[in-house]
Design a binder for this molecule. Sequence first.
Ligand code: ZN
Length: 454
Amino acid sequence: MAALVTLHFNHALLPQGWAADVRLSIQDGRFVAITPGVARQPGDHHAACALPGMPNLHSHAFQRAMAGLAEIRGPKGDSFWTWRETMYRFVERMTPDDIAAVAAQAYVEMLESGFTRVGEFHYLHHDRNGARYAEPAATSLAIIEAAAQSGIGLTLLPVFYAWSGFGQQPPSTAQRRFLSDIDSFAGLFDMAATGARILPDALVGIAPHSLRAVAPTELSALQQMAGDRPIHIHIAEQAREVSDCLAWSGQRPVEWLLDHADVDRRWCLVHATHMTEAETSDVARRGAVAGICPITEANLGDGLFPAEPFLRAGGRYGIGSDSNVRIDAIEELRMLEYGQRLIRQERNILALAPGRSTGDALYRMAVDGGGQALGDDAGLQVGASADIVTLDLAHASLVHRPVERLLDALLFGAGRDAIDSVWRRGVQLVSGGRHQARDPILARYRKTLERLTA
Ligand code: ZN
């Protein structure tokens, strides 16, 4: 058994709220004791203020490499669908080695911004001709390698993708790297699960890509294959997706999914942007997590998630960096709240209750919901992974803020530059805002980009 690691903080954000003089004991990467109201003891690592690490419930790591390359206006209305064409052209060229290099860079940036576990929604399975690699799970192993190098927690979500549109429309050539049938996918899933065992606490779930890309019988088979593992699906991201689904089935995507799948706490509905009031409260009632990706949803012009009615119905959400056009846990939360303010022309929407801090509400709900979606409870609590973020209280936006206002100051006044250290499984990976392997991982990323953009 590994040695006990102990840390002491003047203030720590526990699931029930801020506590003072908190001592955290860690063994084998998990909290074994959390004691508020005690003095620092000899040998304790000490810092002023601790937050739980933030789960990133939705990422396509390889897309980090195309950040900023899809921002030129086209001949007519740009949308998600025109962005996707750029993405397809870009992925044409990527090898498993490129994917490992780009993912490692993305994961370093995630850790530096306060994300400590990532849900990697991984669909780029095959070679550039659509043929299986000699090692069929080669690209999943590349993701696992990147997680090992960076130290981030991984919930790997191999994606099943078979069709280009509702009603089993044949896939396009550009989609050939993504495609599986149920049998080949089962093999891929087993190989990914075996490969992930090199990581100390990886989990493997299943991701039916979307109702566009998965037939109803396939969705049932995938649900069975998942057992009690996390199940993630893209749902109702785009208005066109809703109208196409209505034309196919007479139902909207969320409505269809709730009627035809056993949606429950295992499920993460990624985006869930376009929902009616009834859909919103039904998703909340089922206990599924809404996976909100505010930066990407803004970048792609998707629309705004109906956050307040969802939360009032008891819904749970987490945040994801999705396209990784920008990687910043704090900015995702700020954007989530600001989107709601702009559309409602009001302030402090997601605090919900009078007198509650908005920053506190946003942060704590995203930790809880993100942990649920990734299959590993997050937060500073006994049994959880010892993933901790500490703040630089000398940062100009945080000085002389009472502790109960700290998250407001962090989310609305500062940003990732106010993060001092990040710990994963009781090991410090980031100090002074820098990941310990930032330089070699960035050097490899630069080389990879030189070739990919040549
Ligand atoms: Zn996505």
